[in-house]
Design a protein around this ligand. Structure first.
Ligand code: GSH
Length: 226
């Protein structure tokens, strides 16, 4: 069977891998994890014992976790060679950029925090997220894509985690980070981005033909137990 990407909703970082798979245009399937429904289905532990998305189940039955590894794997399938700048950018985005939003996700997940905790999480998250938005905005000031003239899987991933600035209402992107806002508009014209967002919404868009449909985790029990 084709590789299967497990992606999480709502607003998961795994959207980046969905976009990258559409760009790759080689057959793949998707499996959906509703991240707010706790506990997650137990068989998912065979895919990723850390119970996180994304994870990519490969043709040989092995599963690959961590966005940076998955995105580099997809890039290599597309013929890209080892690339220091791509590795550097993915490392930055999956660590410093991603982690900047941790206080805001904590606030989102735990609705029963007291008022002081909520205020501290909000202020901390806003400050750290704005710092990273400013960094990325600066990078995009004189570039079309994150690494220069050529679009890479780092753009796909930045779309997934960059949108958290809007999701958590961290800033007015147009006013505060105009280069990032322009890059978002460029990405939103891309059919792969539109496809990935439709998938997250629960639609069944056709895409470019590489997507071969969803697979339920239950249907993979035997394969995962093997
Ligand atoms: N280091 C991992 C982080 C993955 C991660 O934390 N994913 C989030 C969604 S963006 C998740 O699965 N959260 C669910 C949870 O922590 O319960 C990666 O880069 O892939």
């Amino acid at each position: 069977m084709e590789p299967i990407l497990f992606y999480g909703v709502p607003s998961g970082c795994s959207l980046g891998a969905v976009i990258a798979l559409e760009w790759l245009a080689q057959p793949y399937r998707l499996s959906r994890i509703e991240m707010m429904q706790q506990p997650w289905p137990a068989p998912y532990a065979h895919v990723n014992p850390r119970m996180k998305t994304p994870a990519l189940l490969l043709e040989d039955g092995a599963s690959l976790t961590e966005s940076a590894a998955i995105l580099q794997h997809i890039a290599r399938r597309g013929g890209m060679r080892e690339n220091d700048r791509l590795n550097e950018m993915l490392a930055y985005l999956t660590t410093d950029y991603f982690a900047a939003y941790a206080p805001l996700w904590k606030l989102y997940d735990a609705g029963d925090n007291d008022a002081t905790t909520r205020t501290v999480l909000r202020a901390w998250g806003e400050e750290s997220a704005r710092k990273e938005c400013a960094w990325v905005d600066g990078l995009l000031a004189d570039r079309t894509w994150l690494l220069g003239a050529q679009r890479t899987v780092a753009d796909a991933y930045l779309y997934a985690v960059g949108r958290w600035a809007r999701y958590h209402e961290v800033a007015d992107l147009d006013a505060d980070y105009p280069h990032l806002a322009t890059w978002f508009r460029r990405m939103e014209c891309d059919p792969a981005v539109q496809f990935a967002l439709a998938i997250e919404r629960g639609d069944e868009p056709a895409g470019n033909g590489a997507f071969r449909g969803h697979v339920a985790l239950d249907a993979l029990r035997e394969r995962l137990a093997a």
